[in-house]
Design a protein around this ligand. Structure first.
Ligand SMILES: *[C@@H]1O[C@H](CO)[C@@H](O)[C@H](O)[C@H]1NC(C)=O
Ligand SMILES: *[C@@H]1O[C@H](CO)[C@@H](O)[C@H](O)[C@H]1NC(C)=O
Ligand SMILES: *[C@@H]1O[C@H](CO)[C@@H](O)[C@H](O)[C@H]1NC(C)=O
Ligand SMILES: *[C@@H]1O[C@H](CO)[C@@H](O)[C@H](O)[C@H]1NC(C)=O
Ligand SMILES: *[C@@H]1O[C@H](CO)[C@@H](O)[C@H](O)[C@H]1NC(C)=O
Ligand SMILES: *[C@@H]1O[C@H](CO)[C@@H](O)[C@H](O)[C@H]1NC(C)=O
Length: 262
């Protein structure tokens, strides 16, 4: 009696532990197919710029300047209430670290406001629109024309910006839905109208020694760009192939161990 019970028990236990039984158990209850929830109501066209910039980036420095100069209201108003829309170029926090301290701290509040306005165009541009814009350079910004204009060039899909002092590029698109475009740029844009046209000649591409610029001038930001470029290059293909190799070897090893046990 007892003995046969044990056999039955242990055999059911054994059976329930076999992969087959396990698979059956898992597979048996037909998973309830999730009924597609009704599509959310179309969100209102309102884009909260503060909200957007505080979660992306990090763009804390730029956002702080936007708020302290109240330019955020100008931009938000343009986004809310115009058909033209707005395009904003937002430097990452790193870009502010790479600036010479004096270049922003010595500005008057009015100049600072102009500098922040200089980071936007009073019109919505998708990335593909810049190919066209490169033919009409210089382009007036929110801060104005002349010394507050930016030149754009499109080289095989990469949008480059040039303010004279700052040569940089759009490094990613944060948001681009008419009427609001927000693009990340690698550098703070310094306008000639504030920093003058006496721009130190950019040294020919000699990336190695980071020649520090002279006393009072804002960092001629090409040196920083050249320095940071290699780090941004995508991992090269032989590295990736090595990675695949390691994984396939791991899989083979595990398979070998399994075979030993079976
Ligand atoms: C926009 O977003 C900010 C930050 O999330 C929030 O404090 C503010 O209330 C929002 N403004 C509106 C009008 O919703
Ligand atoms: C923009 O629109 C939002 C939502 O309608 C509103 O709360 C906010 O005050 C507006 N801001 C400006 C500057 O017009
Ligand atoms: C810039 O500001 C610093 C103090 O923050 C001051 O020592 C320096 O003289 C100022 N330079 C100019 C050109 O105003
Ligand atoms: C730019 O686009 C407009 C229409 O959107 C077109 O009329 C104009 O010819 C274009 N300019 C160039 C230089 O391609
Ligand atoms: C922008 O382009 C115009 C016309 O091609 C040129 O005269 C000007 O020097 C350029 N400005 C900068 C900052 O490169
Ligand atoms: C890719 O990386 C390997 C070493 O990981 C290096 O030997 C090779 O030169 C690199 N190739 C390129 C194109 O950078």
């Amino acid at each position: 009696m007892k003995f046969s019970m044990i056999i039955v028990l242990s055999s059911t236990l054994l059976f329930s532990c076999t992969p087959l039984a396990y698979a059956q158990k898992v597979a048996s209850p037909p998973a309830p197919t999730p009924t597609p929830s009704p599509a959310p109501a179309p969100s209102p066209p309102y884009v909260n710029l503060t909200d957007l910039l505080s979660v992306a980036g990090p763009f804390h420095n730029f956002l702080n300047y936007l708020e302290s100069t109240k330019v955020i209201d100008t931009f938000q108003n343009q986004a809310n209430n115009t058909d033209e829309g707005i395009t904003i170029f937002v430097p990452k926090d790193d870009a502010f670290k790479n600036l010479k301290k004096a270049s922003l701290s010595n500005l008057t509040q009015d100049q600072l406001k102009q500098l922040i306005l200089f980071h936007a165009l009073p019109h919505y541009y998708s990335l593909s629109d810049f190919k066209n814009l490169s033919h009409v350079s210089p382009v007036s910004t929110f801060a104005g024309a002349g010394g507050y204009a930016l030149n754009f060039t499109d080289t095989s899909g990469t949008v480059h910006l040039d303010s004279g002092w700052s040569k940089t590029k759009v490094s990613s698109s944060v948001h681009s839905t008419d009427p609001v475009a927000i693009y990340q740029v690698d550098k703070v844009l310094l306008p000639e109208a504030i920093f003058g046209t006496d721009i130190p000649p950019t040294p020919a591409p000699a990336p190695a020694p980071d020649t520090s610029p002279t006393a009072d001038s804002p960092t001629s930001d090409d040196s920083a760009g050249a320095g940071s470029a290699p780090g941004k290059s995508p991992p090269n293909s032989s590295y990736r192939i090595n990675g695949v190799g390691i994984w396939s070897q791991l899989v083979l090893a595990i398979a070998g161990v399994l075979v030993l046990f079976l």
